[in-house]
Ligand binder design. Structure first.
Ligand SMILES: Nc1nc2c(c(=O)[nH]1)N[C@H]1C(S)=C(S)[C@@H](COP(=O)(O)OP(=O)(O)OC[C@H]3O[C@@H](n4cnc5c(=O)[nH]c(N)nc54)[C@H](O)[C@@H]3O)O[C@H]1N2
Ligand SMILES: Nc1nc2c(c(=O)[nH]1)N[C@H]1C(S)=C(S)[C@@H](COP(=O)(O)OP(=O)(O)OC[C@H]3O[C@@H](n4cnc5c(=O)[nH]c(N)nc54)[C@H](O)[C@@H]3O)O[C@H]1N2
Ligand code: SF4
Ligand SMILES: [Mo]
Length: 698
């Protein structure tokens, strides 16, 4: 491995930028440009560029830790694994398998996510598994499945974006959250296309737009319905497309017609002429796209909201046609693959349903177990965290830091503390790992091999470039060892390619079919888009199917091949402002920190750029409050109180404040957020809750 360049991918977001790694004398790696990967063509954001800093032993865990007399202390692997096996088996014996919970992450490779789901169902026999992707794109996934019969973030490659006529970006700040992807939108505008951005804040992304609409947080559903109303009123409906490729238009149309532009203006704060302008820009060109991200999705009505945007695409004939369609910009490194292979409460590998008898039969056969032994669906992420310490007494957590990232975080933290047993696998001592009884230090991206599936549905191979430090093992090793100690000796390989070979078989015939993909193809072809089945012709071998960069061009993945309109109507957020809590809080990200910050808060360059939390507010609101730039401001909700310095800017609506969620402690945004759940996706309302502001003596 010495002195060779290893082409691989970034450990962070769903863009999965390509990068080359060269080994250093001291055992580390340097990131160098990798121009041959089409998504980023060599460009990287600061997080990707500095990712090797988290490999250095000074910031990471280097030994297992076991809690003794209340204190976490270094221990041998044997002792640490033994304690976990004992904690889980005792809980299971005393309280049944569902008293053991498992919590995963959308940053885990496909191999890990697959193995974690199998571990929960086969080794522990528990139904109680879910993961942080529930907090991420689950509303878009639910809406996509309803409308198209299939959920793949983008149904087309990013390279289609510059060639379409208009893109509506709903609640995405990709200039900060996926910086290299901005290029596609710049090229779109250079080619004469237009960009509409919908965000309560005039973000770096909104600055690039031809039209920026700034609705009140939590009102995107009304906005989309208002646009559809205008599409109908202005005679811009594609009747022929609706007849040939969809069902359910009449009901959806009737629901939209109840949303008059003036009514929508009152709800959203977006003026009618702007709504008309958006409709004109979206409908005039031959092709157009709607892309959503967390803004409209992380709402207690996220599924309906995305459904309304899909309705707009369907009514105008802008789905399943070249250069047109609806897509969701998935967030985490393996946000797409992580939701396909069985760490979600209701899923089996290949994006199969846990409640489908044929799916259970197929997967049980691959796993060599009785289908009846597989548990049914469990709780969603927040509901699982909320049940800790009561129904769920022991938890194995891998790839998430809910103490910082879960809604109503003080309550979740208290639930985690009330567990009888907590085991965490991580690369650093995250705020959640610090509460564990056992912490296991695991290998990272550059030290191990595995596949991820990026936001385009492109399956990629991340390759090992360096040897991990002594004393560290991979998540796959951990699950192998635990399975063994819990009496399941076979079926948990430690070699990622061996796991992938099994995943191929488990996914075969499912919606997310990976059976035609091999590690070799991933190297040779720079990634393969799923579905990629082995062709039915038995003479054909893996490798004959080209993969599917573009979905739905001939038919949708529903039984009749037609897309389904969903009749949806506006409803308020779970918590509207009132006299006591008169301001809306929304939350999100800054460019230099990643998620709960567990990794990026350990990188000096990133901390220098984004040292801590802040409360973004409009000068009018700041004046009423009597706060000046940099003054500490308390933000108080029904869940709790957070304090952070004021950042005063005219780029935010005067009725709204914004906080990034990357930090623990006093400035933790999630102390405030509302865990009101979407009824379908079980997504919490991260993007809108009622707060009041108070000044604080510095
Ligand atoms: N730097 C950085 N990049 C990241 C991440 C990170 O933590 N840091 N995380 C990755 C992950 S997992 C994800 S999911 C993605 C998320 O990527 P984005 O969705 O782009 O990120 P957010 O900042 O959560 O939200 C986007 C925008 O939604 C706006 N918004 C807030 N409320 C509303 C609303 O009610 N309606 C509308 N329309 N907009 C609203 C916010 O003002 C914000 O600008 O980023 C990925 N990339
Ligand atoms: N208020 C508010 N809250 C939010 C959001 C928001 O917009 N607003 N967004 C939500 C969204 S979209 C998301 S995706 C979540 C994300 O929030 P989290 O789930 O907390 O995500 P991370 O901070 O990425 O946590 C990943 C953890 O796993 C560790 N890790 C990384 N790689 C590996 C690995 O390979 N194996 C193991 N075992 N560990 C690993 C990291 O060090 C880190 O501690 O936050 C959600 N929370
Ligand atoms: S945009 Fe995402 S994938 Fe690309 S370098 Fe930055 S964090 Fe990594
Ligand atoms: Mo996410």
């Amino acid at each position: 491995m010495q002195n060779t360049v290893t082409p691989t991918h970034c450990p962070y977001c769903a863009l999965q930028c390509g990068m080359n790694l060269t080994p250093e004398q001291d055992g580390g790696v340097t990131v160098v440009e990798r121009p041959d990967f089409p998504v980023n063509r060599g460009a990287l954001c600061g997080k990707g560029r500095t990712a090797p800093a988290v490999l250095s032993s000074s910031v990471r865990l280097t030994s297992p830790l076991v809690r003794n007399a209340g204190v976490l202390k270094p221990a041998t692997w044997d002792e640490a694994l033994g304690r976990i096996a004992e904690g889980l088996s005792r809980t299971r014996a005393e309280h049944g398998p569902d008293a053991c919970g498992v919590f995963g992450g959308g940053g885990l490779t496909n191999e890990k996510a697959y193995t974690l789901g199998k571990f929960a169902r086969v080794v522990l026999g528990t139904s109680q598994i879910d993961y942080n992707g529930r907090f991420c794109m689950s509303s878009a996934a639910a809406a996509g499945t309803k409308a198209f019969g299939l959920d793949r973030g983008l149904p087309f490659p990013l390279e289609d974006i510059p060639k379409t006529g208009c893109v509506i970006l709903v609640g995405s700040n990709l200039a900060e959250t996926m910086p290299p992807s901005l290029r596609f939108f710049t090229e779109l505008r250079e080619n004469g296309g237009t960009l509409i951005v919908i965000d309560p804040r005039r973000t770096k992304t909104a600055e690039q737009a031809d039209l920026h609409l700034a609705p009140r947080p939590g009102t995107d559903l009304a906005l989309a319905l208002g646009l559809l109303h205008l599409v109908v009123a202005e005679g811009r409906v594609d009747e022929e497309y609706i007849r040939e490729r969809t069902t359910g238009w009449e009901d959806a149309r009737a629901a939209a017609m109840a949303h008059w532009p003036e009514y929508v203006e009152r709800i959203t704060g977006v003026h009618v002429p702007q709504l008309r302008e958006a409709v004109r820009m979206f409908c005039e060109p031959e092709a157009a796209m709607v892309l959503t991200a967390r803004g409209p999705e992380q709402q207690s009505k996220g599924t309906d909201t995305v459904g309304a945007w899909i309705n707009l695409c369907l009514a105008t004939g802008r789905a399943g046609r070249p250069l047109s369609g609806y897509g969701c910009l998935t967030g985490q490194g393996n946000g797409q693959g992580g939701r396909e292979h069985g760490q979600k409460a209701d899923q089996l590998p290949g994006y199969r349903k846990l409640t489908d008898p044929a799916a259970r039969q197929h997967v049980a056969e691959v796993w060599g177990v009785d289908p009846d032994s597989l548990p049914g669906p469990g709780r969603s992420a927040y509901e699982l965290l909320d049940a800790l310490g009561t129904d769920i007494r022991a938890l194995l957590l891998m790839g998430s830091n809910p103490v910082v990232s879960a809604p109503r975080a003080a309550h979740v933290e208290e639930r985690i503390k009330s567990l009888e047993f907590l085991a965490v696998c991580d690369v650093v001592l995250s705020e959640t790992a610090a509460l564990a009884d056992v912490v296991l230090p695991v290998t990272q991206w550059a030290e191990e091999t595995g596949t991820t599936t990026n936001l385009e549905g492109r399956v990629l191979l991340r390759r090992q470039a360096i040897t991990p430090p002594d004393g560290i093992r991979s998540d796959l090793d951990v699950m192998h060892e635990l399975a063994d100690r819990l009496g399941v000796e076979k079926g948990f390989p430690t070699d990622p390619e061996e796991v992938f070979e099994e995943l191929r078989r488990a996914s075969a015939g499912g919606p997310a079919d990976y059976s035609g993909i091999t590690y070799r193809r991933l190297v040779e072809e720079n990634g393969v888009f799923w579905p990629c089945p082995i062709p039915a012709d038995t003479a054909a071998a893996a490798g004959d199917h080209p993969g599917t960069p573009r979905l739905f061009l001939d038919r949708f993945a529903t039984e009749d091949g037609r897309a389904r309109f969903v009749p949806v109507s506006h409803r308020a957020t779970a918590e509207e402002p009132d006299d006591e809590y008169p301001v809306l809080l929304t939350t999100g990200r800054v460019v230099a920190q990643y998620q709960s910050g567990a990794q990026t808060r350990r990188v000096d360059e990133l901390n220098a750029a984004a040292p801590g939390p802040f409360v973004e507010l409009h000068p009018r609101l700041a004046e009423r409050l009597g706060a000046a730039e940099g003054d500490p401001v308390a933000v108080v909700s029904r869940r709790g109180r957070a304090v952070a310095p004021a950042r005063i800017t005219t780029t935010i609506r005067p009725d709204t404040v914004f906080m990034p969620f990357h930090w623990p402690g006093e400035g933790r945004a999630n102390t405030l957020t509302n865990p009101a759940l979407d009824p379908t996706s079980r997504m919490p309302e991260f993007k809108a809750c009622a707060v009041r502001l108070e000044t604080v003596q510095p």
